[in-house]
Design a protein around this ligand. Sequence first.
Ligand code: SF4
Length: 379
Amino acid sequence: METLGIYVHIPFCKKKCDYCDFYSVCDLSDRLMDSYLDALIEQIKDYFALYKPTVDTIYIGGGTPSVFGGKRVEKLLKELKSHVQLTNNPEITVEVNPESVDQKLCKRLRSAGVNRVSMGVQSADDGQLKALGRLHDYAGAENAYNLLRKYFDNISLDLIYALEGQSLESWMDSLGKIVSLSPDHISCYCLKVEEGTPLAARGCVQPSEDIQADMYLKAVDFLAQAGYKQYEISNFARNGRISRHNSKYWDLSEYLGLGCGAHSFYGGRRFSFIKDVNAFVSGVLGKQPVAEDVDEVAYISRPGEYVMLKLRTAEGIDPDEFERRFTMSFKTFEQRLEKYIEGGFAKRELGRYSLTPKGFLVSNAIIGDLVNSVCPSGI
Ligand code: SF4
């Protein structure tokens, strides 16, 4: 049975973090958030008026869904549940930030059916958190985690490495503190200084590439020893608690993204909605089109995209599955992969090709080379 994942974007933040280039606004007025909720409900009704899909994952991300408030998230989930067929064991995730977690929110989320929470901690060093423009300190993140633990048995924490002035020791200290909290899932992202952010404007200097590589490889080892299995470049899970929703992105399963700026792979097409909350609300409520970047080329007809996404995962690619899916030989990729196997960047195990942690470090270059060798016109 084909199941669908649903992503809902909540584009509200209390304050923009200095490194963030995601679309979000800091207008937390009830007027705007209520009308945004109305627009989301309208989209749900439009999409599912004639068709009730079977849904196994819902992911409410942002922005900061916890500032949207438990009551609105509850109303949103109620509406979604009445329009789709949820499987017996759905994964329902909400992203939160430490400073907006309280008991009232936890109770509301849990009674609404949320069974997984993902919280941005980013660092255990208060100086680094301040430099990132975060609104919480580490003690605040710990308190929020302990409170969440009373309500949720599946918690993911996000961390960022390669921060300005961060040493290898300081990174491993942050990671050690996070592991000691015993979350079910940990995501470790390398800081990318995006153009147009306050971090770029003040000329942020990151640790050298060698130190960044050490940070990554040491983290992979440390997490493995602590029982966190790597299942994607940046993602690690204990006891099989992988993000089922995010895995859909790498498995080429369909997902529908609702809300301002949300991306979808749905009905064989890729598209996203406009990144302007006011235009989105008036467009949806006024029955005007709000989609942009519609890609009519069937996603499934792109072997390069498949290779690109699957090589992000630890399970990698099964050549037989590739050939069945695309009716095209995997041989050219295989020949190219051999040189990466020789260099220790890739491996072949139980008939599947995947990148090693050393390969994950330079995955963009490897994937680019593989894809160009087979599909010179692009993916
Ligand atoms: S809370 Fe998240 S989405 Fe909001 S500004 Fe910070 S990093 Fe960006």
